[in-house]
Design a protein around this ligand. Structure first.
Ligand code: GTP
Ligand code: MG
Length: 316
């Protein structure tokens, strides 16, 4: 939202400076900030911090709104094409803004390839199914491959250099670093130009660092906090948030799918749409909705090609 921090009632130059130094450069980022975080990052006292957040919320109308306003806001939901009509239709038109879409699958299922494709398609104009915005890619495993994204853009008939320029990469080395990166995005990046936020993979650092039953509660608590930050960003900036998650063995399953998504109930509750990706026949890929409040259960088939992902029969 437009407006400078000094437009917030009661915020003068010195408070504005503290807020900016703490990484809050727009009113939305203040409206959605947890109070303890804002106090820690700005040095403001409890009273000032709560007043500033309250005023920012008032101005952005981010929390208490009427159902009519919510209806209007939901009309602002955009859908981004995946470059596969089949997958788009499974997703109800594409990957949705103001929501968390989770891609679950084993190694090599194609989660990262879908993310690369979305980094390109989100920049397409609306008439080509895009969101006309940039992408942020939080890379936790060092898998972002610019040459591959360049190839996808080129094969879609786009200018690959300008596509790469509109993708911001955040390389996260630990789970704490990953959380901090996401929390500080609004102060580092002009969020009004961004429409897609990817975290690939959202869970690997958490799983790697918090090993054993005794650390599970702490892990889930941190993961929960991280997912809530992502949810706030999706709503505050009208972003499509796409997370990748690993499939892990499910010892409780004797029939059917022997795997389940990592992250337990915390992941299950936070993610709006959960999509399972697996390898199919002759290099094809199969996507299934496993949990979504709005999408019917169904399947989609697609291929990984030089254009990222696309339908098995593009003409079909
Ligand atoms: P993990 O991150 O290991 O859990 O797997 P993932 O689900 O992210 O898999 P990813 O998206 O990396 O898919 C890897 C598969 O994509 C490979 O096995 C290849 O089949 C395919 N692939 C990767 N790059 C290319 C490419 O440039 N061209 C084509 N045609 N296929 C590719
Ligand atoms: Mg991957």
């Amino acid at each position: 939202m437009a407006g400078s921090l000094e437009d917030i009632p009661g915020v003068g130059p010195s408070t504005a400076k503290k807020l900016r130094d703490g990484g809050y450069i727009d009113i939305v980022s203040i409206a959605v900030a947890p109070i303890a975080e804002l106090m820690e990052r700005t040095g403001l006292g409890l009273e000032t911090a709560s007043r500033v957040i309250r005023e920012a919320r008032e101005m952005t109308k981010i929390d208490i709104i009427s159902a009519k306003e919510l209806y209007e806001r939901r009309k602002g939901v955009l859908k981004c094409t995946t470059n596969s009509r089949s997958l788009d239709s499974l997703l109800g038109g594409g990957v949705e803004t103001q929501a968390l879409t989770e891609l679950i699958g084993e190694y090599g299922a194609g989660k990262t390839q879908i993310c690369f494709t979305l980094c390109v398609t989100c920049q397409l104009p609306p008439e080509r199914g895009g969101l006309e915005g940039g992408a942020i890619y939080i890379d936790t495993e060092g898998t972002f491959h610019p040459q591959r994204v360049y190839q996808i853009a080129e094969n879609m008939g786009l200018d690959p250099s300008s596509i790469l320029e509109s993708i911001t990469i955040g390389r996260a080395y630990t789970s704490d670093h990953q959380m901090l990166l996401v929390e500080s995005l609004s102060s580092e990046v002009d969020m009004s130009r961004v429409r897609l936020l990817i975290v690939d993979s959202v869970i690997s650092h958490f799983r790697g660092e918090f090993v054993g039953r005794e650390n599970l509660a702490e892990r889930q608590q941190k993961l929960n906090k991280h997912l809530h930050t992502l949810q706030r960003m999706a709503e505050a900036y009208n972003l499509a948030v796409v997370l990748t998650n690993q499939a892990v063995a499910d010892p409780g399953q004797f029939f059917g799918n022997p795997n389940k998504p990592a992250g337990g109930h915390v992941m299950g509750h936070a993610c709006t749409h959960r999509i399972w990706i697996q390898k199919g026949k002759q290099g094809s890929r199969l996507a299934r909705v496993i949990d979504s409040p709005s999408l019917p259960e169904g399947e989609a088939r697609f291929m990984i090609t030089e254009r990222g992902i696309e339908d098995l029969e593009p003409e079909g």
